[in-house]
Design a protein around this ligand. Structure first.
Ligand SMILES: [Zn+2]
Length: 376
């Protein structure tokens, strides 16, 4: 959510109030809401009582005061509605239930093989997994806004079909084949695009940003002045397929030398046969084979980051499940970036995601959270 979105022209008073409270950092007083929204206190009270009756806003916290009666602040009710995000990947599903503040209410990862012709059984299986997840975590379906699903592949502008998902070996498949048995509103998005939107939403700033998603398939998203840039055909930010070594390692897309095969976590999990936890624990203990692979990945990641920065001249934010392990290696990555770019004096523009965990499934569900906030 862009900070200051309550100022957007054409919003109803009720909507401005809700958004202001949603975006407020720290204590939010009634007077501050009235001032910011340019409304009288009686108008504020009337709208607040409606929002409170609808269970969307509540009194929260007390103002630090040197004397007299303490004023109560305001907050939105975060779990007034719930969204579910499902990240589909090569061998797994990651499901998350989140509240309106994108806080994790429940999370589950489980095996799910989609590398075959998509059939009705996949859709039924996915729907069954979702229902079990809702049951096991006692998620109130009455508050469920919808289910966002991310796919590691190119999807059409209308979100109705998968154009090409190399890691899933799928091409030109109707999304319906996967989603038709889900009995809630559904929305499908590219995984890295959804994650980039989540990054942008949580930062809440009107900034330029390139998001690089480090999952098995490497993808990305471009955000210009706080607004996602999709491109003419919804294909922007496919950073995994920038060529960094002509004639180099084969890529899932059919070309050679793309960024993806050099920095995909599969080099660790498939190539070394260990989990990421085992790998990074081993690298920390200076296991020579692990260190050698890790630093090779970081060197190639730096080339990719520099190419992105050369094109866009903005923050390059690393997210996805591999990025969750990269904090200790950020300084060395920045050194590699700095060494490879003659036009910069520091590489502070390389940052890790501010969403510490599960950004992809969170991004999947974000669509419904945003839609709800904009509908109040
Ligand atoms: Zn490629």
């Amino acid at each position: 959510m862009q900070s200051g979105s309550f100022r957007q022209p054409g919003l109803s008073v009720r909507s401005r109030i809700y958004r202001y409270i949603y975006e407020a950092r720290g204590f939010c007083s009634r007077q501050a809401v009235a001032n910011a929204c340019g409304i009288s206190m009686p108008t504020l009270y009337q709208n607040l009582s409606e929002l409170m009756e609808a269970g969307l806003v509540r009194s929260s916290g007390e103002e630090q005061s040197t004397g007299g009666r303490k004023a109560q602040g305001l907050d939105i009710v975060p779990d007034a509605r719930i969204a579910v995000g499902i990240a589909v990947s090569e061998h797994h599903l990651r499901l998350i239930a989140m509240d309106l503040r994108l806080r994790e209410l429940a999370y589950r990862m489980l095996p799910f093989d989609l590398i075959a012709e998509l059939s009705g059984t996949h859709s039924a299986e996915l729907a069954a997994v979702l229902e079990r997840f809702l049951d096991d975590n006692a998620i109130d379906r009455g508050r469920l806004l919808g289910v966002g699903v991310t796919i590691p592949g190119l999807i059409t502008k209308d979100h109705a079909s998968i154009l090409n998902a190399p890691t899933l070996n799928l091409e030109n498949v109707q999304m319906e084949a996967l989603l038709r048995d889900i009995p809630y509103p559904v929305y499908a998005e590219n995984d890295a695009t959804a994650s980039g939107h989540a990054e942008c939403f949580v930062r809440g700033e009107m900034e330029n940003l390139a998001y690089l998603s480090l999952e098995n398939g490497i993808g990305g998203a471009v955000v210009i002045a706080g607004v996602p840039y999709a491109g003419d055909d919804a294909k922007s930010g496919e950073f995994g397929h920038i060529c960094i070594e002509p004639g180099g390692l084969p890529c899932t897309c059919g070309k050679h030398g793309c960024l993806e095969p050099y920095i995909t976590p599969k080099r660790i999990t498939d190539g070394m046969g260990v989990t990421l936890e085992e790998f990074f624990a081993g690298a920390e203990r200076h296991n020579p084979a692990y260190e050698s692979l890790l630093y090779d990945m970081l060197r190639h990641l730096a080339i990719g980051v520099n190419n992105i920065h050369m094109m866009l001249d903005c923050k390059v934010v690393l997210g996805g499940f591999l990025a969750e392990y990269l904090q200790p290696y950020l300084p060395v990555l920045r050194q590699y970036v700095l060494a490879g770019n003659p036009f910069i004096t520091n590489a502070d523009f390389v940052q890790l995601s501010v969403v510490p965990r599960h950004i992809t499934p969170l991004g999947a569900g974000l669509y419904f959270v945003r839609e709800f906030i904009e509908s109040v």
